[in-house]
Write a protein that binds this ligand. Sequence first.
Ligand code: BT5
Length: 326
Amino acid sequence: MNAKESIIDILNALYPKTITITALAMELGTNKNNVESILKELMFTNYPIIKERQSYHLMHPILSLSAINKQLQTNNIGKSLYLYPSLVSTNTYAKNNLDKLDNGTVILAHEQTSGKGRLGRNWSSPMGGSLSMSVVIKPDIDFEKIPLLTQLTAASLLKALHSISGVKVKWPNDIILNQKKIAGILIETEFKNNSLSGIVIGIGLNTNLKKKDIPTELLDKASSIKIESKAACDPNELVGKFLTYFEHDYTQYLLSDDTEPFISMCRDKSILLDKDFWITIDDHSRKATVNTIDAFGNLVVTFHDTGEIKAISSSNISIRGDKTYI
Ligand code: BT5
């Protein structure tokens, strides 16, 4: 562990208490000037560290490998765990290095400079309060089952967020709190010579973002756990819980092929069921009532113009309320 990581670890362990430079220098076995310049550099790059008089503390807990490892209860997922200060995108990094990464590897970053959403959209993940994570899996799985992993991941996330009341899911990949998006899921696949070399499951979660961190154009539809629940959350605990649920749910699914355990969770927590929405497929919008999510992870809707009942899959589709996001 380098000195920067050690300082973050100490501040995390102390949160919300403060520590002086002298005490930090003693803990690290180095001099005060060295500690001061590392703290300055961390603060300059927007790590959420606050200086009050001659003491330092965190605005909220931040990602740290040792804190996550304390929470993890998995056999494989997250046993190889990497945390980077800044990446272009954790998914892109995982895809580019897939050959070298073991099944179950988890890549995390404090910030992404060009985070990706679905269909070429952007995902904003500034330093300070967003969680960017990619899980690498290398299963022997039928191709048609891959889209279902989005619902499985959403269900594991819902379980990890269980203690925050009112967390919902907007099919296929949005996690919602108080009608606003706090997380999104992006699943990408890599093939070599027509065979699957790996799947990268990307999760972006707005943990401790403040309003000023959210791009203006997203303020009406995006939020964070901290803004909505008015309390800081610990990303390390969330990562530990999510990976533990994910390993369990994913292992069960590979063994049983039964989608019901996670699809039923997505139905129960769905913000869409029994309501009317505009469904846009290939730039063509039609009003529909959402009936259910079927066992194959499709959204079953009744279109108002023709009365036709259709099961639609998640690619290339957007769902909007009359004037708003939901
Ligand atoms: C998603 O796409 O919601 C998938 C987001 C996945 C992000 C993770 S972070 C780790 C991994 N590495 C990556 O590069 N990506 C993954 P989609 O459903 O297409 O939603 C994208 C839309 O959400 C954007 O067009 C914005 O409208 C909105 N958006 C962007 N950033 C947001 C944020 N931080 N919070 C809420 N909404 C956001």
